[in-house]
Design a protein around this ligand. Structure first.
Ligand code: SF4
Length: 104
C-alpha cells in the first residue's frame, strides 16, 4: 500500500535529471530527454514506466501517468520535488480511481 502518488508535467521538465539522482527507483529519463515516473518491480511486483509508450510495461505520461510511491521512498520523492528546477514533480495523496484510470 502506498500513501502517495507522483507524476511529472513533462511540459515543464528541464531535463536535468536531478530527480533521478535523488530517487532512481521512481524517476527515469525518456528518449526525448524529458523525465518520467515509474513503478519498479522490487516494490510493486512489476515494472511500469509511465512514458506514454504503448505495450506491456508502459503507461500514460503526464497527469494520467501517476506512479505509486513506495512508502520507504516518500522522503526522497518529496526532496526530489523540492529540488526540481521545473517545479513539475506533482505529489498527490493515493487515489484508487486515478490508479484505475491509468489503464495499466
Ligand atoms: S528534476 Fe524536475 S525538471 Fe529536472 S529532470 Fe526531474 S522532473 Fe525534470
Amino acid at each position: 500500500m502506498s500513501k502517495l502518488m507522483v507524476w511529472i508535467d513533462q511540459d515543464l521538465c528541464t531535463g536535468d535529471g536531478i530527480c533521478e539522482e535523488i530517487a532512481p527507483a521512481v524517476f527515469t529519463a525518456r528518449d526525448d530527454g524529458l523525465w518520467v515516473v515509474k513503478e519498479e518491480a522490487a516494490y510493486f511486483g512489476k515494472t511500469i514506466v509511465f512514458d506514454g509508450a504503448e505495450g506491456d510495461g508502459h503507461g500514460p505520461d503526464g497527469a494520467r501517468g501517476v506512479a505509486r510511491v513506495p512508502d520507504e521512498l516518500i522522503d526522497d520523492v518529496i526532496e526530489a520535488a523540492e529540488e526540481c528546477p521545473g517545479e513539475c514533480i506533482m505529489i498527490e495523496p493515493f487515489d484508487e480511481r486515478a490508479i484505475a484510470d491509468r489503464g495499466v
